[in-house]
Design a protein around this ligand. Structure first.
Ligand SMILES: NC(=O)c1ccc[n+]([C@@H]2O[C@H](COP(=O)([O-])OP(=O)(O)OC[C@H]3O[C@@H](n4cnc5c(N)ncnc54)[C@H](O)[C@@H]3O)[C@@H](O)[C@H]2O)c1
Length: 247
């Protein structure tokens, strides 16, 4: 993997899980990393749903570091309070999940389009989910919000290209990863998930971060507008999980 030396990166949701693993990996690869989150234990206090927070954070980075080359929109929530099923989800829950996962990602992409691409090409990496593709009756708002992130990613890539900006925008679709987001999962459902995953386990956060690093770096210079599953084969598992011994 090429060095990210001289690059400046902003990672949201950096206080936990995939965001922390990504910030650590980008830093280990040579980037100067700004860690942002809604909790205080980071470089930048940034609620991704607040447009004013975004412009203040990006202005601060531009003043201090003079450039922004990489944005990883890793902040996200799965639960918005109360029941999450399609039948019972409240409109408040739905709006909260969309506010963080979709509007938060949109606001970040808008800021990236404002400042990125000079003096070097920029790269935005959004975090969708396999839930964007595979339906889940238990996570109606979450799945719909992540499908919106996939399409927003394509739109941002297209907008940058039409504006002649050297900014790529891609997303990853993690499957199940061992982070605080999944830590409280009922063991029954955890086992049910594992039974569906060809890799036979949940991902370590760094395994998602490695794919994000690829999309963030110039190693993926010819990759734009895609959504990359990082899911242990979950989305492409065999439909029939059995084979005859004589075939
Ligand atoms: N863990 C999984 O299995 C999994 C699977 C697919 C996708 N994802 C996605 O990966 C991303 C990271 O998830 P994770 O598993 O590391 O979760 P996590 O809960 O460990 O971390 C999420 C981080 O986002 C921050 N955050 C929440 N709301 C915010 C806001 N309004 N502004 C700024 N920061 C905010 C939280 O404080 C937390 O630090 C999310 O977008 C999630 O939807 C996770």
């Amino acid at each position: 993997m090429a060095s990210l030396s001289g690059k400046v990166a902003l990672v949201t949701g950096a206080a936990s899980g995939i965001g922390t693993a990504t910030a650590d990996l980008l830093e280990a690869t040579g980037a100067e990393v700004w860690r942002a989150d809604v909790v205080p234990s980071v470089d930048l206090r940034l609620d991704v749903t607040e447009a004013a927070h975004w412009s203040a954070a990006v202005d601060r980075i531009m003043e201090a570091s003079g450039r922004l080359d990489i944005l990883v929109n890793a902040a996200g929530i799965a639960a918005g309070g109360g029941p999450a099923s399609v039948e019972a989800v409240s409109i408040d829950h739905w709006r909260r999940v969309f506010a963080v996962n979709v509007e938060g990602t949109l606001l970040g992409c808008q800021q990236a389009l404002r400042v990125m691409g000079r003096p070097a090409p920029g790269s935005i990496v959004n975090i969708a989910s396999t839930a964007a593709t595979a339906p889940s009756q238990a996570l109606g708002a979450y799945g719909a919000s992540k499908a919106a992130v996939v399409q927003l990613t394509r739109s941002v890539a297209a907008a940058a290209a039409l504006a002649g900006l050297p900014i790529r925008c891609n997303c990853v679709q993690p499957g199940m990863a061992d982070t605080p987001m999944t830590a409280d999962m009922d063991p029954f459902y955890r086992q049910a998930w594992i039974a569906q995953i060809p890799a036979g386990r949940f991902a370590e956060p760094v395994e998602i971060a490695r794919a994000i690093l690829f999309l963030a770096s110039e190693e993926s210079a010819y990759v734009n507008g895609v959504s990359l599953p990082v899911d242990g084969g979950l989305l492409h598992r065999p439909v029939i999980a059995a084979s005859r011994s004589d075939s």
